[in-house]
Design a protein around this ligand. Structure first.
Ligand SMILES: O=C(O)CCCC[C@@H]1SC[C@@H]2NC(=O)N[C@@H]21
Length: 250
């Protein structure tokens, strides 16, 4: 595997590993010595993790990458980068499949033909004074879909099985890194509103009734928008309800 091809964005480093426990765990280990935002790409992960402590299956041939950076500011602002990553993933996948088959599912899954093709795991470290580092971990089922069905509502799918090309992880990462850098530039010039507008254009089920499930409760309402903090906004019979974290079903 190699990266830093023609598309590779200026100002970003890249580390390629044959095997690692988790690229997010590696991000945490190297964050203290970071000179520039750095993508970590691994051929295999032995302990890949998903959201909410779930296991993430990572067969060879799929993308396992983490962008680690020290953007400063507060954790809540930095976390908006999950929307940068979703937009960047959408545009990168759209190089290989018809974009009308793709959809973004709040907060940060990418659907292809209704199944989950990619997931994002954001992790960070900091204090009340500010963020120390942020890791944006991205897994894409390029070649294989995982065996275990974790979420029957959104079964995993692989890009290759759904009519996409057999794309190598390093080739995919070149385009993804370039698209992510474009999102950073949009954010720097125009702020989160533009990122959010672009995300909403690609969102699955906007304006439709969906259900948000947390460990404590379940809220059903019309998916109105995403607010300036990245919260999902549901219109319910009790009014507009902001949802900071949940799993979504439709
Ligand atoms: O649960 C999800 O949907 C998020 C999955 C994120 C998986 C990726 S693979 C690269 C990075 N390293 C990890 O251990 N997890 C993320």
């Amino acid at each position: 595997m190699s990266t830093k091809g023609d598309l590779w964005p200026e100002g970003y480093d890249c580390i390629i590993l044959d095997s690692v426990d988790s690229t997010n765990a590696e991000a945490a280990r190297i964050a203290g010595d970071l000179k520039r935002p750095t993508w970590i790409l691994a051929k295999t992960q032995t302990a890949a993790r998903g959201r909410q402590g779930r296991h993430w299956e990572n067969p060879v041939g799929n993308l396992a990458a983490t962008l680690v950076m020290r953007p400063g500011g507060q954790a809540q602002e930095a976390a908006l980068r999950s929307f940068f990553a979703s937009n960047a993933l959408f545009e990168t996948l759209a190089l290989y499949v018809d974009r009308t088959r793709l959809g973004l599912k709040w907060p940060n899954d990418v659907l292809l033909n209704g199944g989950k093709v990619a997931g994002i795991l954001l992790e960070s470290m900091g204090t009340a004074q500010g963020l120390d580092w942020l890791a944006v971990g991205i897994g894409v089922n390029l070649l294989h879909k995982p065996d275990g069905v974790r979420d029957a509502a959104f079964p995993p799918v692989a890009l290759f099985d759904e009519g996409g090309a057999a794309v190598e992880p390093d080739i995919f990462l070149n385009a993804l890194a370039a698209n992510f850098a474009t999102e950073e530039a949009i954010y720097a010039e125009m702020g989160f509103d533009m990122i959010r507008d672009n995300w909403l254009k690609r969102a699955a089920r906007l304006g439709e009734v969906i259900t948000a499930r947390t460990s404590r409760d379940e809220i059903t309402g019309v998916f109105e928008t995403v607010d300036a903090y990245g919260n999902l906004i549901l219109r319910t019979k009790d009014g507009m309800v902001p949802v900071p974290a949940a799993d979504i079903y439709f």
